[in-house]
Design a protein around this ligand. Structure first.
Ligand code: ZN
Length: 214
């Protein structure tokens, strides 16, 4: 049997990981019950916001062999949700997901816990997209959105992700976060879990302000 090139094997790996995550959450069997409960609430909201554009609150899964290059390394975003031709979709970007994996594996984490750190990061980024969809804050014409609007939008959505996902991983389950997720969490705590605070808005602006250079 001919061997597949490494790139193709990695693509298959990430497609299977994402399908597994989507199916696990959709079937209600994610291993951390509080995170599952949080997902169920997001799904219900999506079904209400996009009744005709989703299948019972679930988007269609797409896989892209191209980088989501509008985002800098400091803010790795291997996923994006969109409303395309009336259909809600969640896309995974292949070079970005691979880059995220490699960056986390170079961080100083306990080697035995490394796979959990990567899986937690993947889940957080995945659920962040569900927050975009649950809040109705999705990209329809992201290109035309100003940097100020993007910052305001991401400040709202990341606050929701910190409140309904990241804090559960840390405070309920004691999971270790990768560097970038930890940055979101520590800033969320520092600003008193207040999405309206200037401190929170400044933190998000610091991350997304880099988009100006692109
Ligand atoms: Zn976002």
């Amino acid at each position: 049997m001919a061997k597949l090139p490494l790139n193709q094997l990695r693509e298959q790996y990430w497609v299977s990981q994402l399908n597994l995550m989507l199916n696990t959450f959709a079937q209600g069997t994610f291993m951390l019950p509080e995170v599952q409960k949080s997902f169920n609430e997001k799904r219900t909201k999506i079904a209400q916001t996009y009744p005709k554009h989703s299948v019972d609150g679930l988007p269609k899964f797409l896989f892209y062999r191209q980088s989501l290059s509008a985002f800098s390394d400091a803010n790795l975003a291997p996923f994006a949700c969109q409303l395309n031709s009336g259909e809600l979709s969640l896309g995974m970007f292949f070079p970005d997901i691979e880059a995220m994996d490699q960056i986390i594996r170079r961080e100083k984490h306990d080697l035995q816990k490394m796979d959990f750190v990567v899986r937690t990061a993947l889940t957080i980024k995945f659920l962040h997209e569900f927050d975009h969809m649950a809040l109705g804050e999705i990209d329809e014409a992201a290109i035309r959105r100003s940097i100020e609007d993007t910052i305001a939008l991401e400040a709202r959505v990341w606050a929701e992700t910190c409140r309904t996902t990241i804090s559960l991983f840390v405070e309920v389950y004691g999971e270790k976060l990768c560097f970038s997720d930890n940055l979101f969490y520590t800033n969320w705590i520092k600003c008193g879990r207040n999405a309206q605070s200037q401190q929170w808005k400044d933190f998000i602006a610091g991350l997304y302000g880099k988009l100006k250079k692109v």
